[in-house]
Ligand binder design. Structure first.
Ligand code: PLP
Length: 378
């Protein structure tokens, strides 16, 4: 039997009665937009990550765009981010008119390297063309970036930090949780993320009150937050979360801790078997992972992937092309060699099936196949 890369159907089957009941409750009360489940979800999510405020919204991408709009970014502004991430981390910056300035990653955590960040800020200031405004560190594959160091750098240069926690909702960082590690945070509930709904969804976190009212207004077409709600006071977007998605998430949040525990078991089973065969993930001290992906590196990536695929074992490559080399950013005039750590990872990295419904016997057979592929081709 083929092994799924992510197993949403087993999850649904095991929790079907509760999820169906939650959806039907929304159908019965009829408040499909901004119903009571949305408010309840916002309060539970804020508490979960230890953030002061949470705003549920339509996607992880909008959860990045809305805070950036609230910061009034525009042409000539620079926001620092990783080139080794999903496209939306950089795209959200460009949508506001600002320019993404890429910062190379750490070879072990795959997250923004703080030393390179400070270097890039200095270079940008010296060049004098763009005004540094903010930083979007990405919590890749389920592991938070190094926020203690990044937040200090941000303070030194008077920049805001917007955490892209789309792959790491709730991941442990010291005694805190991903999503709530910076002034602002964004996460995604796209179905394949560690905590997913059954469509698009996302959430914004804020640890202060500065931009809250503006973000509430931006989420609904820039509508006034007090007084005449038919008066639009700024240009916003339709960025709300559907009530049905909130109801689904409230049910899935109840089982999230258990699922993360199982994902961690799967990850240790993989690492135990694979650590001498491939480059396995490294958890920096003080970090926990929610394992959005279990990503490994090997120079014979394509040989191994082909062998696994012939045995019904799916793999995926995140990310084959770092963002600075994408066609959309050709005007930034980047080339091979600009971000060598990200470029090297892109050549060798691939991800194995990862979800909390993987059986130990399946993990074993995936590892057997990887071992056989490497032995047969060396
Ligand atoms: C998935 C993802 C997003 C975007 O989330 P959507 O809900 O798909 O819009 C942003 N950043 C990262 C790192 C992601 O993985």
């Amino acid at each position: 039997m083929a092994i799924p890369f992510i197993d949403l159907s087993s999850q649904y089957q095991q929790h079907q009665a509760k999820i169906d009941a939650a959806i039907h409750k929304v159908l019965a009360h009829g408040q499909y937009i901004m119903g009571p489940e949305v408010k309840e979800l916002e309060s539970q999510l804020a508490e979960y990550v230890g953030a002061k405020h949470c705003l549920a919204c339509s996607s992880g991408t909008d959860a990045l765009v809305i805070p950036l709009m609230a910061k009034r970014l525009g042409t000539g502004d620079a926001v620092f981010t990783s080139p080794f991430t999903f496209f939306a981390s950089a795209e959200s910056i460009s949508l506001t008119g600002a320019t993404p300035v890429f910062v190379d990653i750490d070879p072990d955590s795959y997250n923004m390297d703080p030393a390179s960040l400070e270097q890039k800020i200095k270079e940008t200031l010296e060049a004098g063309k763009l005004t540094p405004r903010g930083i979007i560190p990405v919590d890749l594959f389920g592991i938070a970036a190094d926020y203690d160091v990044i937040n200090d750098i941000a303070k030194k240069y008077n920049l805001f930090v917007l955490e892209d926690a789309a792959q790491a909702f709730g991941a442990a960082y010291k005694d805190r949780r991903a999503g709530g590690l910076a002034e602002l945070g964004a996460t995604s509930f796209y179905p394949a993320k560690p905590l997913g709904c059954y469509g698009d969804g996302g959430a914004i976190f804020s640890n202060n009150d500065d931009t809250l009212e503006t973000m509430i207004s931006l989420r609904v077409h820039g509508q006034a937050t007090s007084g005449d709600k038919y008066d639009n006071v700024r240009i916003g977007l339709n960025g709300r979360m559907d009530t049905i998605q909130a109801a689904i998430l409230l049910e899935k949040l109840k089982i999230y801790d258990q699922e993360i525990e199982r994902r961690n078991q799967v990850a240790s089973e993989y690492t135990h078997r694979l650590k001498d065969l491939v480059k396995t993930p490294v958890l920096p001290d003080g970090h926990g992972s929610v394992w959005a992906q279990y990503s490994i590196q090997h120079p014979k990536r394509e040989t191994i992937r082909t062998a696994l695929s012939e045995q019904g074992i799916p793999t995926a490559v995140f990310y084959p092309k770092p963002i600075h080399l994408s066609t959309a950013y050709k005007d930034l005039n980047h080339g091979m060699g600009d971000f060598p750590v990200a470029e090297a990872a892109a050549q060798q990295i691939f991800s194995l099936p990862m979800h909390s419904y993987l059986e130990t016997s399946q993990v074993k057979s995936i590892c057997d196949s990887i071992e056989a592929a490497i032995t047969n081709h060396s």
